[in-house]
Structures are given as C-alpha cells and as structure tokens.
Write a protein that binds this ligand. Structure first.
Ligand code: SF4
Length: 488
C-alpha cells in the first residue's frame, strides 16, 4: 500500500522510504526526543483544533480494522465532516484528518501544527510535502467516485484554513502543477516499494533528525559519497555520480575537463560551483588539511565584541532567549554572558525580553562589533518588531542590522571568503573543528527546544540552566570561529 506518509517522507528523502520498507529496524537510532516532542505536540494541537470544527462522524474511536467500512458508511450517509477516516483505492491508502462534504462529493484536509505555507508573506507557496499528502487523498476520493476536484486544505497551527489548489503551478519558474508533483512522487514511491528502482543516502540537514542517521552517515563515509562535500546535495550528486563517483575521485580529477564555456557537463552546476566543490573535495581528502581564506576579509574592530544567538520555540511561536557573550576585542578570557530569558510563554514575557534585548543590542551597537551566524536573528527581530511595535518597528531593525558593526559571520565571512575541510559549515561543525567543545553532550537547537518544553512543564531550574549553558556555548563558539578566521 502507498500511504500519504510515504509520499511526505519521499519529498524529504527518497532513501527514507526505501529504508523504512526494507531496512533492518535494528540499525535505527534511538527515538529522538525532539521528534517525539513534535509528534506529541502535533497530537495535542490536532485535538484542540478538531474540537472547534463541528465533526459529525468521529472515526478515530472506531477500531482500526473497521475504519474503512465506517468511513464509507459515513460518506454514504452524507456526513458533513468526518474525522480520521480511512479510505483505500487500489494500492493507495489514505487516512485524512478530515473529509468535508461539498455538494455531493468530498474534499480532504489535514490538521498540521506547522504553518500551512512556506516562504515570506509576499511569495509564500504551498508546502510540497503537504501537497503530495493531500493530493493522495484527493486522488483516492476521485478514484472511488467520492470527489471530483484536485483540491484539498490544510488547517494550520493558528487554526486558519489554507486551500491547496493542486492544479495550480508550483511557481513562476516551475510551471508543473502540484498534482504533477504528486503523480511523480507516487510513481517513484511505487517503484521503490516494488524494488524496481533503488536509492542512495544523501547527507543533508534533514538527516540529523532521521532515525537512520547513524546508519546512513556510516554508509556515506564508507562509499566516500559526494554529498559529504558541503552544499553538494542529492540532485547535484546524482548529476555527477556517473562521471565522478567519489570524493577522492573528484579530488583527483581536473575540473576544467568538465567545463565548457559558461556550463559544465552536469545539469544545475555552473563552473564556479564545480570549482568550489572541487576545492572542498581536495580539502576533505588531504590529511591534516586546514581551513583557509579564499579572499581577504576585513572584520570591523572596536574595543568590545558581542556574540549573539537566540533560541526560539517554533511550536509555540515564541522567542524565549536572547543570549549575548560580550568580551574585550580578541580576549576570550574576558567573556561575560548576558542572557535575556523569558520567564513564561505568554506574549507579555516574550515582549519583556525582546525589549531588554533590544535596549542592550542598540546600546552595544554604539561601542562594539556584534557577530551572529546566518539570517535567523535578523528575521526573528523583524517578526518581533511587527508583533511588539511598542518596542521598535521593522525599519529600526533593518537599520540596526545594516550597520557595519553588525556582522553576519556566515553570509558575510564564512560563505563568501573561507573554505573548511568539513562536511558542512554550521557553527557547531566549524567551532568543533577549531577545538571548541560544548558543555552539553547533546548540543543542538532541536534538543534545546525539547528542554524548553520540559522547563515550561516543570519549572526545573536545572533545565533552565542547561538551556542557558547551551546558548552561552553557542555564543562562545561564534567567537571561536571569528578568532579562527583572524588567524587564517
Ligand atoms: S539519514 Fe538522511 S539519507 Fe538516510 S534516510 Fe534519513 S534523511 Fe535519508
């Protein structure tokens, strides 16, 4: 049977679908506490939302073996809103959260604890992993004569209904419809399950929350896979693999041999990108290789430096910690941690720490150079400004982050001007490469969200301190990378 979950997983990683069907379950990692939290939160959220919708047929209380039959009976009765039905057509099986009667037919919807769309407000679009799921339900309804439209909906984390019009193009540059994307995904999943096609693992950000991470990482290292090269993902690997099967083969090759004018032999990879990946392949395969500057870097200098990192809970949509480490220029032993931690999850708490952090940050911008890693802090501050206009407005946030003393260490320095012998360029990876160790044995943004949820539930000061220590170490790690770049 092809399920909506398999289609969802396929969009993130085809190999996940294959391993879930045919992999050895004993090779899975222990369940991840953050993934479990996501699951629990999703169940809670669904329970809260569904209570407001006016469900007329609740199939969730029916034993699994009888759900298909009860769903079909509910449809025959013309129930206006069916919850957690099950419906099958051929080799397709779907369990949509909602089946909603519209005239003489039904459309399906899912309740999600995430946002219904992705991207900024101006160019927000459907989420592909949601689209393939709800398209699967629409297809089953159509095949069984219960629906006629390629249309579905998502009830998002705020309870808003987001229409999923599946015959619409995926974007300006991607005229294929969401329905086309679904049909392609279904064909691929069917061939994976029939084992008429095979997949390879590919290292990506998705992997770190996947239960097959250790297994796949070992396989990738053993096969010297090209996706071990930072930013060289699945599609680029697949375009290159027949000509260049491994990192070592790539490092030993002459990349000019694959370049013709402004193009390379590989779809989607330009000459500059190929040269960049080749440099990274050489670094990865050179014992004792060290990072280096690709071009000169001028970091601003002031008497003080500040390293800045925030922690957010995407499930509660709250930013609960603004952490700063301040120190004298180039003197790590003078480092002092200045955290602003929300004492609760209510807007009044979030606004209070935003105000304190904004006051601190705007003052430090007068006498310090301020480093942060990637665009998240700026984006979050814009969002906070719109949420709490009594603190500041978006234009003030833009003005602050445009100051020369505000340095996005990743986009201003690491990405354009450095190369590293590492599998990725996250702050964790780079700082650890420079010898920095987090105090926590499991440092990650995802883990800290899970700790935060436990702190909200228990008020345990030890958990609060764990979150603070983790955030302080993130800030210190940013300083370690800055110090490292200065020595290159
Ligand atoms: S670890 Fe990565 S490559 Fe392996 S199945 Fe999971 S997402 Fe796919």
């Amino acid at each position: 049977m092809i399920t909506a979950s398999q289609l969802y997983d396929y969009v993130h990683c085809p190999h996940r679908v294959y391993l879930d069907a045919f992999g050895d379950p004993a090779r899975r990692d222990e369940p991840n506490a953050f993934v479990q939290l996501l699951w629990d939160q999703g169940v809670d959220h669904e329970g809260q939302i569904v209570g407001t919708l006016g469900v007329t047929a609740d199939i969730s209380i029916v034993p699994f073996a009888n759900r298909e039959r009860e769903t079909r009976l509910a449809i025959q009765r013309g129930e206006p809103l069916i919850y957690q039905g099950q419906i099958t057509s051929g080799d397709r099986m779907g369990m949509p959260d909602l089946l909603e009667r519209r005239g003489n037919s039904y459309i399906a919807g899912d309740i999600k604890s995430g946002s219904g769309l992705e991207g900024d407000d101006d160019d927000a679009k459907l989420k592909k992993h949601y689209a393939v799921q709800v398209a699967h339900y629409a297809n089953i309804l159509e095949q069984e004569g219960f629906g006629t439209d390629h249309e579905a909906f998502i009830i998002d984390r705020t309870g808003d209904r987001v229409p999923y019009l599946l015959d619409e193009p995926q974007g300006v540059r991607k005229p294929e419809s969401w329905w086309d994307a679904y049909l392609d995904a279904e064909t691929a999943v069917r061939s994976l399950l029939a084992q008429t096609n095979s997949t390879l693992p590919a290292l990506s950000a998705t992997c770190k929350l996947c239960q097959w991470y250790s297994f796949c990482k070992g396989a990738l290292v053993a096969r010297d896979d090209l996706t071990l090269i930072a930013e060289l993902g699945r599609s680029k690997r697949d375009a290159m693999i027949s000509a260049i099967p491994t990192v070592n083969a790539f490092a030993a090759s002459n990349p000019q041999g694959f370049i013709q004018g402004k193009k390379t032999a590989f779809a989607g990879i330009g000459p500059d990108t190929l040269i960049k990946f080749h440099e990274r392949a050489k670094l990865l395969t050179t014992p004792g290789a060290t990072p280096y500057l690709k071009k000169p870097v001028q970091l601003p200098v002031a008497a003080k430096e500040v390293y800045f990192d925030i922690e957010a809970d995407p499930m509660r949509d709250v930013i609960y910690l603004h952490g700063f480490v301040e120190r004298e220029h180039g003197q790590p032993d003078t480092a002092r941690f200045v955290p602003f931690f929300a004492d609760g999850i209510d807007p009044i708490h979030e606004e209070a720490v935003f105000r304190d952090a904004w006051t601190y940050l705007t003052a430090r911008a007068q006498d310090s150079v301020i480093y942060y890693y990637s665009k998240y802090e700026r984006t979050a501050y814009r969002k906070l400004a719109n949420k709490y206009p009594a603190v500041c407005d978006e234009a003030q946030v833009n003005d602050l982050f445009a100051l020369p003393v505000m340095v996005d260490l990743y986009f201003d320095v690491v990405k354009p001007a450095t190369e590293w012998p590492t599998y990725d360029q996250s702050i964790k990876t780079l700082a650890q490469f420079m010898g920095f160790q987090w105090r926590d044995t499991n440092p990650s943004g995802a883990a800290s969200i899970e700790w935060y949820h436990r702190w909200v539930e228990t008020g345990d000061p030890a958990i609060r301190q764990r979150i603070l220590d983790y955030n302080e170490d993130d800030c210190l790690a940013t300083g370690v990378v800055v110090d490292g770049v200065r020595t290159f």
